[in-house]
Structure formats: structure tokens, C-alpha cells
Write a protein that binds this ligand. Structure first.
Ligand code: BGC
Length: 460
């Protein structure tokens, strides 16, 4: 197995020099996205103006349509960076992700109705009967926004494919569903999870300058000076204002594939996805794809007769059957015999493994996981470069299953930053973010309400 491992090491390892080249190309793409509309990395102005004051208060509803679940929250902001939250999660089926878009939003409205019904009362943390609440809708897919309560879906990502939605205003579609169910809510803001995370993390830790999500998908947001967003100069917004930018960096290197180190396994993941060519950066990093990349290597070795000779391998041959969570379990197996890996292969795939094979699997998981983390550092480094944050340093609020559950992911991101920037890379530190799609969305709804009341809506 050692020879095989060497081959994969050379395929999946990123040298510091290569990383610096990626950062350079990435930084240029960020600039391009800010200067012109419809670029590969779209750098979307979010209409979230500046940082929260920390004094935002009140009750807000938040609805979060992420990659895996649907979540409804009631958030009470208490000011001074404090809050309380009551929430319920609803599972989204694979069929719902592919069913008609309006039906998907109807389902969101139904879940919201159930949540409101079961949380109305006169106790603490409950909604008062008849109370009309502002709602922040966290919709974590790339949307071009003309105002904060508008968003035209550029494309579905993360395996979603609901027809009749791309190119349409999803906020408008959701409002229609809210009307259908006559819910006592007012859609105040449409928010990306990264923007919510940026604002929520800054609310509790003002050193936060960048937010990143490493979950089913992968993306970042940061606060930009309006004068440095040339594509919106014609709108006449005060040039000293600041606005959060949803980078949608998962799209970096899409279609052209010029900058990223793609292996043939990555090409297969891409070709067999529902969106070939798109989300090139995300497909090398996010939780939706890492298990599949690992599985494709295993399948190659099965075809070459190196692994599982004489065993029935049909179970592991099914696309996407190898969960990314298995990679993190394999990497953190504490036993000499690698009992966790025995368990995964026998239980889920009915396959017997030797110790040498298990050591190989663990090493391979590490290669795939480490590459993802190091590429993530390249994205963070590009924003740090662009904003000139390296000397003073900054905090990066990070969230998502990969960041939270994959052992050493954060450590490897930090290691990557040092490889890119040298010692100064230590000035940039990621930390577990506040709940962006719940708390962040509530704070943004509060900030928007205040702007409206001050006559500043939609965009001056
Ligand atoms: C979406 C982003 C989102 C990210 C993390 C990506 O697939 O395009 O909008 O922020 O996933 O959820």
C-alpha cells in the first residue's frame, strides 16, 4: 500500500508555493467580482450596511434553508451582545430539493406556521397571539440582491435543483407562500448564511472581520468599503459607507479550471454532479464532496485489483455512499488496530480490511481533509490580502459541520495561513462563529428595521 500512498500524496499535497499562486489568482478574482457584474466569483453586495452596534434588541423570527435542514428560530436580542433563542429543525427530503421551487417555499411556510402555533403563549420566550414579527430569511445559495428583501437566484448549489427558481426572486416567491398561509410575519431581509455569521460573530466579538462557512457548501463574507465596490458606484451610495459582501467564493475557478489542483477524482465528482463545471472551489472543499472523493480513489483501487479481492464490493460502489463524517471518524480513530475503521467498513459496506489497508485509508482521509483545509486558507488569505488585514490581524468567524466536527480542520487552516504568509499568518485566527442563520439573521432584521425607521431604506 505504501507505493499507492506515495502516488496519492503527490496528487493531493499542496506546496506553499502553489498555495501562494492560488491566493494571487483568487485575490484578482475578488477584485474583478467587485468591479463588474456577473463575474465567476460574483462578490454580491448584500445591503447590510456596516456593523451592528451591539445594542439591537427585540423579538425576531429566523428561517434558515441550508444544505441539509430547515430551521425555524425565535430570537430575542437583549442588547450588549446577548440573546436567547428557541428553535426547531425540520428535515428536508432529497425529493423536496428537486421538486418545484414554489412547493419548496410552501413547505418552508408550513414549517413556520407549525413553529408559530406551537410557540404562541404568554410564557417567557413565547410569541404573543396576534404579534406581527419581522422575519429574516437565511437562504444560503447565490442570489443577486437589488435590495435587502430581494434576491434573484443565480444558481442552485449543494445538490439542490428545484425547477422554476433559478433566475427568479426567491424573496418574492417566499412572500407568496407566506401570504398563502396568512402568517403574521413580515419578510424583512433575505440573508446568506455567511453574512449572518459575519454579523452575529461581530456582535459578540468585534475583532471579527471575515466569516466563513465550511459545511455542505463553502463560502465567505466580509465588510467592504462602498467606494471599493466599483460596480455599484452609479447608485450614489455615500462612499464612506460600508457594506457586507457575500463572496460566493465556492465558484472560484469554475468552468475554466485554470488555478486549482484538480485530480481525476475531482473531475469525476464534477462531471457526475447536477451542475458540471460550477462551484469548482467548493467541490474540492465542502462536506458534500469529500467523502465522495475518497470513495472514488477506493473504487479505482478496487478496479485495479489492489483492494478487496474476492469480496463483494457493490455497497461501496454506490455514488455518495461514503459520508464525509467517516473521514473525520477514521482520522480520529485512537486505537492501534484502527477499530473504528474496521467498524465503518464492515458495518456500512460489508468489507473485511487488513491493518495495512486501514492505515492506508486513514492516511488517504488525511490527504483529502488536509487539502480541503489548505485550500480554505487560500480563500481566507485572499480576503486578508485584499483588505490589508495581515499586519493588524483579525478574527475569522467560522461555522459548518466540517469546521466544527472534522478533527484538525481549524489547525490545518492555521498551518496553511502560516505557509502562505510566514509568521505573520498567525495574526489571522479562525474561531467558532455565533449562529449566523439564527442570531445573525435576527440582528440583520433589527438593523434593517432601524434603517427603515430612519428613512434610509432601501439603499441610500
Ligand atoms: C452557497 C453559498 C453558501 C454556502 C455555505 C454554497 O453552496 O452557494 O451561498 O453560503 O454554500 O452554506
Amino acid at each position: 500500500m505504501a507505493d499507492h500512498l506515495r502516488k496519492y500524496e503527490s496528487l493531493f499535497t499542496l506546496t506553499p508555493q502553489r498555495m501562494r499562486m492560488i491566493v494571487e489568482a483568487f485575490t484578482e478574482c475578488l477584485e474583478l467580482g467587485l468591479s463588474k457584474p456577473n463575474q465567476i466569483v460574483p462578490m454580491i453586495p448584500t445591503w447590510v450596511f456596516g456593523w451592528p452596534t451591539g445594542k439591537e434588541t427585540g423579538d425576531y423570527l429566523a428561517l434558515d434553508l441550508g444544505g441539509t435542514n430547515l430551521r425555524v428560530c425565535l430570537v430575542t436580542l437583549q442588547g450588549e451582545g446577548k440573546f436567547e433563542i428557541t428553535q426547531t429543525k425540520y428535515r428536508l427530503s432529497e425529493e423536496q430539493k428537486q421538486d418545484d421551487g414554489q412547493k419548496l417555499f410552501d413547505f418552508c411556510a408550513e414549517c413556520l406556521r407549525t413553529f408559530i402555533e406551537s410557540n404562541t403563549g404568554d410564557g417567557p420566550g413565547q410569541l404573543r397571539p396576534g404579534q406581527l414579527l419581522p422575519l429574516g430569511f437565511t437562504f444560503s445559495y447565490p442570489c443577486t440582491q437589488e435590495r435587502i428583501d430581494h434576491g434573484e437566484l443565480i444558481r442552485w448549489t449543494k445538490g439542490f435543483g428545484a425547477p422554476n427558481t433559478e433566475g427568479r426572486d426567491v424573496a418574492g416567491m417566499f412572500k407568496k407562500s407566506l401570504e398563502k398561509y396568512q402568517l403574521p410575519v413580515e419578510l424583512t431581509a433575505l440573508i446568506n448564511d455567511t453574512t449572518g455569521t459575519l454579523i452575529a460573530s461581530h456582535y459578540v466579538n468585534p475583532r471579527t472581520k471575515i466569516a466563513v462557512i465550511f459545511g455542505t457548501g463553502c463560502n465567505a463574507a466580509y465588510m467592504e468599503r462602498v467606494k471599493d465596490i466599483p460596480k455599484i458606484t452609479h447608485l450614489g451610495i455615500a462612499s464612506d459607507a460600508e457594506m457586507a459582501i457575500n463572496c460566493e467564493w465556492g465558484a472560484f475557478d469554475s468552468f475554466e479550471h485554470e488555478h486549482l489542483p484538480r485530480t481525476k477524482y475531482d473531475a469525476v465528482v464534477d462531471d457526475t454532479s447536477n451542475k458540471p463545471g460550477e462551484q469548482a472551489f467548493e467541490k474540492l472543499i465542502s462536506g458534500r464532496y469529500l467523502g465522495e472523493i475518497f470513495r472514488l480513489v477506493i473504487c479505482e483501487l478496487i478496479d485495479e485489483g489492489v483492494l478487496f479481492l474476492g469480496q463483494n464490493t457493490y455497497k461501496i460502489e454506490k455514488p455518495y455512499c461514503f459520508d464525509t463524517a467517516f473521514l473525520s471518524l477514521m482520522e480520529s480513530d485512537p486505537t492501534d488496530e484502527l477499530l473504528m475503521i474496521i467498524g465503518i467498513f464492515t458495518h456500512f459496506f460489508a468489507l473485511e480490511t487488513t491493518l495495512a489497508e486501514r492505515q492506508f485509508f486513514r492516511a488517504l482521509a488525511k490527504l483529502v481533509g488536509r487539502r480541503a483545509a489548505r485550500l480554505s486558507s487560500c480563500g481566507i488569505a485572499a480576503i486578508v490580502n485584499k483588505m490589508g488585514l495581515l499586519e493588524e490581524g483579525c478574527s475569522v468567524g467560522a461555522d459548518g459541520s466540517l469546521y466544527n466536527k472534522y478533527p484538525s480542520f481549524a489547525e490545518r487552516v492555521h498551518e496553511g495561513l502560516v505557509d502562505i504568509f510566514g509568521d505573520r499568518g498567525r495574526n489571522v485566527i479562525t474561531h467558532h462563529a455565533e449562529d449566523g442563520s439564527g442570531v445573525g439573521s435576527a440582528i440583520i432584521a433589527a438593523m434593517t428595521k432601524a434603517r427603515r425607521e430612519a428613512g434610509l431604506y432601501p439603499n441610500v
